[in-house]
Design a protein around this ligand. Structure first.
Ligand SMILES: Nc1ncnc2c1ncn2[C@@H]1O[C@H](COP(=O)(O)OP(=O)(O)OP(=O)(O)O)[C@@H](O)[C@H]1O
Ligand SMILES: [Mg+2]
Length: 465
């Protein structure tokens, strides 16, 4: 029985002589209906089976129904379809709103764009609130935040321009202080040196703060374009993380690539064989994510510790994990570490520098690519950070690569430049030639590719580098 039915039945059950009480509860119903019919925010109540029980006109319009009555009884999963800010559909497995509904949890987000049943798009703030005294009912609110985001965009642009402009004089101050401290450029007494050293390190600090501000504004810039390309993840992740191996060496950290899960089979020669796994990523975003995760693993792991990085296919996802034997994160802090500027404050972390932006950047970048990040940790023992991205089959990966190559060749041909695919000079030609080759060529190319299970990477260990 739904909330409104209960209210109605209460009215029926009211004893004789309780007219005043009945009247006032009736009045409250009328008032509640008036409010719900008038407000511009959408309100939906769903029952324990996640079917819409009540929906106000604003919510009906947002989800694309002409009248609220038409939406009553419809499953909420059918009307709450989302994309992220970059236009990438949020898959059911990553739909946090539906996740909260199913788990009966409070939830709110401003990161989703609602794609309604008419296929119209609207950025929305969504909240999910389970009714504490009900039978699995939940209240969902939807607020159109298009104007809000536009205002925020203007603010972001202002901060971005200001921090960019201020970085130039700060860099110049830092440069001149550096020169003053260089014995080959200037002669200064010891006391002046101390003051200048302080000024130099503060100017460096200021420079970093401006850089961080710029990074955040870039992240919040909804116009930032995503360049998704099909990739083989094992090889790509290994190459990116290899860049941080020298930093691990400086702390005597033992690094292992691809040896954490049971999916790796030893080939008998001491090497781990890893199955290729395919995805579409923005390579710069992936680099930013991995660099931040591995940088943290190094930063929060003591000298002589260990780090593992692994990549594997997991159903329709590719799962990357960065595991360390570091200081770990308490369950309370674990809930907040992906928030902007959040830093764990304890005796161990106080010594270690940082702004608390790294994991926020990681989360935003992962979500932009249709992915998810989360962490597991044992305080004092170590942590594992996971990145999951949509997985492609080998055939789909080959098909997309071919389409990309064709598009690039077509662009180069149109412009009469050098083809980025063949590296040869091209002359302008009719694009139809390339389009015609698409279907048949695609299929035969896919068949000629390497087998999906081919070993493509080996374990790499760095000891006392
Ligand atoms: N691998 C890890 N082990 C233990 N604690 C971690 C780990 N990674 C992150 N943390 C905790 O989470 C907090 C947030 O991490 P985040 O990367 O966002 O910020 P940061 O490292 O402090 O600064 P920066 O912006 O320079 O990356 C850190 O301050 C740290 O306390
Ligand atoms: Mg960090």
């Amino acid at each position: 029985m739904g909330i409104f039915d209960k209210l109605k039945s209460k009215k029926k059950e009211a004893p004789k002589g309780a007219t005043i009480q009945t009247q006032s509860s009736n009045d409250r119903m009328v008032l509640a209906k008036m409010v719900l019919d008038t407000i511009t925010d959408g309100v939906i109540i769903i029952d324990g089976n996640n079917a819409i029980q009540m929906i106000n006109p604003a919510a009906a319009a947002m989800v694309g129904y002409v009248s609220p009555e038409m939406a009553v009884g419809v499953s909420i999963a059918g009307v709450l379809k989302f994309e992220n800010g970059e236009g990438v559909p949020i898959e059911d497995s990553s739909n946090e709103v539906m996740g909260a509904i199913v788990r009966n949890e409070d939830f709110q987000t401003r990161n989703y764009v609602l794609v309604n049943v008419q296929n119209q798009r609207k950025p929305v703030a969504v909240t999910v609130s389970p009714v504490k005294t009900g039978h699995g009912e939940k209240v969902i609110t939807l607020r159109d935040i298009k104007t809000e985001l536009e205002h925020e965009g203007e603010q972001t642009e202002f901060i971005s321009t200001a921090s960019h402009e201020m970085r130039t004089p700060v860099a110049s101050i830092e440069g001149y202080l550096g020169l003053a401290l260089n014995p080959q450029c200037a002669t200064i007494d010891e006391r002046a040196r101390k003051y200048l050293e302080e000024a130099h390190s503060s100017s460096q600090h200021l420079g970093r703060l401006f850089k961080d501000l710029l990074d955040v504004t870039k992240l919040d810039d909804k116009k930032a374009k995503l360049h998704l390309v099909p990739v083989e993840m094992v090889d790509l992740v290994r190459k990116i993380v290899d860049g941080q191996v020298p930093a691990m060496g400086e702390k005597n950290i033992k690094y292992t690539f691809g040896a954490v899960t049971g999916t790796n089979i030893s080939d008998g020669g001491g090497h781990a064989i890893m199955q290729a796994a395919y995805s579409t990523v923005d390579v710069d975003f992936l680099r930013e994510i991995l660099n931040n995760l591995v940088e943290n693993a190094i930063k929060y792991t003591k000298i002589g510790g260990a780090i593992w990085v692994n990549v594997r296919g997991d159903g329709d996802r590719v799962l990357v994990n960065v595991t360390d034997t570091g200081i770990g994160i308490s369950p309370d802090d674990l809930l907040h570490i992906f928030q902007k500027f959040y830093r764990v404050d304890n005796s161990q972390t106080r010594e270690i520098g940082g702004t608390g932006l790294g994991l926020y950047i990681v989360k935003m970048r992962a979500e932009a690519m249709g992915g998810k990040v989360w962490a597991e940790s044992s305080f004092g023992e170590g942590s594992t950070f996971y990145l999951s991205l949509p997985r492609l089959t080998f055939e789909e990966y080959e098909r997309r690569k071919q389409i990309m190559a064709n598009t690039e060749a077509m662009t180069a041909a149109k412009q009469g430049g050098v083809s980025p695919v063949t590296g040869q000079q091209t002359t302008p030609q009719k694009p139809t030639l390339i389009e015609q080759s698409n279907g048949a060529q695609l299929a035969s190319e896919a068949n000629r590719g390497p087998s999906p299970g081919a070993p493509i990477s080996t374990e790499s260990i760095v000891k006392n580098a």
